[in-house]
Every structure is written in C-alpha cells, then in structure tokens.
Design a protein around this ligand. Structure first.
Ligand code: 5CU
Length: 381
C-alpha cells in the first residue's frame, strides 16, 4: 500500500533575491531594515495599514532550513512552495520580466537542492512566477511559461488577480491560458488586494477584515469573472487551484447561476451552468473548520448534476467523498505565526483537525486531502 503523505500546497517564501529587492525600496511593498539590541530587526510592509513600522520578517520567509524545520515540526513530508504576494505586480515590465526569470531559476535551485523524501521525490517543489504587469508583451509571458515548464521542480505558477492590468477576464490573457494548459502547469490563484477598504469602516480591527474577508472575496470575484468570460469553456484542461478554499464562491455559486440565467447579456454565453465549473477547479483546504470543508466538497461533487445542463436531481444527496478529491491541504506558512511561541502552529493544527473530522470523509478521503490529491495533481509519483 502507498504511504500516506502530508503535502502542503499553500506555503510561501520570499526568495533571497526578492527580499533583497524589497529591502532596496523606499515605498510599499518593502522590507524596512534596522537592528535592535545588535540583532537584525527587519519589518515587512506589504498590505495597506500594516501596524506602524511593519510586521516582523525574518529567515522563516527566505531560509530553506527554516521551511524544512517548520515542515518537520508539523509532519509535512513535501511542500509545493510559492512566492508570497505581491509578487512582481508593482514593477515596470522590463524589470518584472528579468526578475521573474531569475526567481524561477532561484526557486528551481531551492527545490532541487532539497532533501530526498524517497528515491524519486524531493521534499520541495514550487510554483514559478510570471511577469504579469501592464505593458508586458504576450511573448514575454509565453517565454516565461516555457522557461518554467523546463524547470523540473516547478509544477505550476502562482498568480494574483490583476492579470496585465485589467483582471483575469482580459482576452489579452488567452495566449497565457493556452500556454499554461499546453504545458500542464497548475495555476495557483492567490489574493493580495482584498476589496475596497471603505467596506471596513473606521474601527481598528487590525488585519482581521482584509485577511478574513477581503482576501477570499477578491478570489471569489476573480474566479467568477473567469467563469463569466468563458475561460474554462475555451481552456477546458486548465487546472486552477483556488486559495482559501475558493473564498465565498462555493456558497454563492447557485446565486451566481440564477443571476446568469436571468441576465439577458449573459444568459446564453456559457456552455454550462455556473455550478458545473466548480467541479473543474481545485480548492486548497485552508478553511479552518470541518463544516466548511465538507460543504466545499459537497459543492464540488454537486457539479456533476449540471453535466447535462439539468438540475433535475436537485435535493438528492451528493457524494461528499467524491468532492474531496479536488481539495488539498495547505498551511499559509510563514503567515499566521502563533502570537505566543508554541511547538506547533495553531493555524496548521486547526486545518489538520478540520480535515480529520469532516463528516462523511473516510480515511481514503482524508489521506487524499492531506496529500494524495496533491501528489496526483502535480504528477509527483
Ligand atoms: O498576513 C498576511 O498579510 C498574509 C499575506 O499577505 N499573504 C498571505 O498569503 N497570507 C497572509
């Protein structure tokens, strides 16, 4: 019987070259460098309204030994690491292109030099970066996809929601989707911008509202725009992994389908009911609760009902276990460190406990979400 592995698909880093670039900047995003009691006391400023002076940032963001230590402490066998936000979004096109290519080589090295998990597997694989910024040429994007597809430890790319300036439903991205589909690279869609900060009012709630709601709503909107633009109709083999279990999309997908049905502009645009597309997506299992994970797996499984365009079987129970096959464990490391030092991070323990206690998932489904689904998605035999 194959060993059940624990695989983290949502785990970030700032490669040393990227951290160096952040240190050289004097506007956000940036790393502010200083020392306290003779030791480095670097601070990260990437989001609006970071606590004054920024958040502590250190080797856990860039040192591979720290990533492996974290993996060992939590029993994680293998991680598919990705650069943390805001990627290259804020750079001019020529700089973004050069840096993307250098960072992809750096990440390949970071992974290929990692310890062996088995004779055929390393402990680290990665998602590369594309220079997705305004005024970049399509050729530059496609060349970077070709570069990544030749780097054997890079299994996909991470991207934000802005595309080349007009969002992900921009037709200018069609050659990018086509090239990613052909290369078989998984696209990890991750938020950074949240939603209009006016929605948060003027009380000081720290980062709770932008992170708990703004991030997932951003993913919800971006994925919905992809569906509405027919991207999954034109690129049916594109594999998209959604951060934070797809945000609010699973909860809102029937409302979305109904709004489409009643809208004269969109009603006949798509090949399928909106709910069908959710069964083509992959969702990380970074939702922190068993009820949420169970619900997402129901919504994924339900997509089959819409295969034929009919919802005649609405009301009959879906196969929750089937839906689990598109869900994958993640930690969001090094974000969400515990406020008080503990051996294991609460954010990780909660996500593992959630997977372990979903009603209707047997051992095979739990093992799948913990790691088996990721090994299959990334073709890591
Ligand atoms: O806490 C945060 O700021 C973040 C972030 O920026 N990106 C992320 O992936 N998780 C948490």
């Amino acid at each position: 019987m194959a060993l059940a592995r624990l695989v983290d698909v949502h785990t970030h880093l700032y490669l040393p070259r990227y951290a160096q670039m952040l240190r050289s900047r004097n506007s956000v995003p940036r790393i502010l460098t200083s020392t306290r009691d003779g030791k480095p006391d670097d601070r990260l400023l990437i989001l609006d309204h970071e606590p004054s002076g920024g958040r502590p940032v250190g080797p856990q963001y860039w040192d591979r030994e720290e990533k492996l230590k974290f993996m060992n402490a939590h029993g994680i066998d293998l991680s598919v690491v990705s650069s943390a936000n805001p990627w290259l979004d804020f750079l001019p096109a020529s700089e973004a292109k050069t840096l993307a290519s250098q960072l992809n080589e750096d990440l390949e090295q970071y992974c290929s030099d990692s310890p062996l998990l088995s004779p055929s597997l390393k402990r680290l694989y990665g998602f590369g970066l594309l220079p997705l910024v305004p005024e970049i040429s399509t050729d530059a994007l496609v060349q970077t996809i070709e570069q990544i597809s030749k780097l054997s430890h890079l299994k996909g790319i991470i991207m934000g929601t802005r595309g080349v300036g007009k969002g992900l439903d921009d037709e200018a991205l069609d050659p990018v989707w086509a090239a990613l589909e052909t290369a078989g690279l998984v696209v990890f869609l991750h938020p950074h911008y949240g939603v209009d900060e006016k929605a948060w009012g003027d009380k000081n709630n720290g980062h709770v509202l932008p992170l708990a709601l703004g991030f997932p709503f951003e993913t919800t909107i971006a994925t919905t725009r992809l569906i509405l633009a027919g991207v999954f109709d034109r690129f049916p083999s594109l594999r998209l992994l959604l951060a934070h279990s797809g945000g609010a999309l699973p909860q809102l997908s029937s409302r979305l389908a109904s709004c489409i049905d009643h809208d004269p502009v969109v009603a006949s645009r798509l090949k399928h009911d909106a709910r069908w597309y959710l069964g083509k997506l992959y969702f990380d299992a970074v939702a922190y609760g068993p009820e949420e994970l169970g619900f997402v797996s129901d919504v994924i499984a339900r997509s089959e009902r819409f295969e034929t365009g009919s919802s005649a079987s609405a009301g009959t129970p879906v196969d929750r276990a089937l839906g689990s096959r598109r869900m994958l464990f993640g930690t969001d490391h090094p974000f969400f460190p515990p406020l008080q030092s503990t051996e294991k991070w609460r954010s990780v323990v909660e996500n593992l406990q959630a997977i372990d206690t979903v009603a209707g998932w047997g051992q095979a489904e739990k093992d799948g979400v913990r790691g088996g689904n990721a090994l299959a998605l990334f073709n890591l035999g």
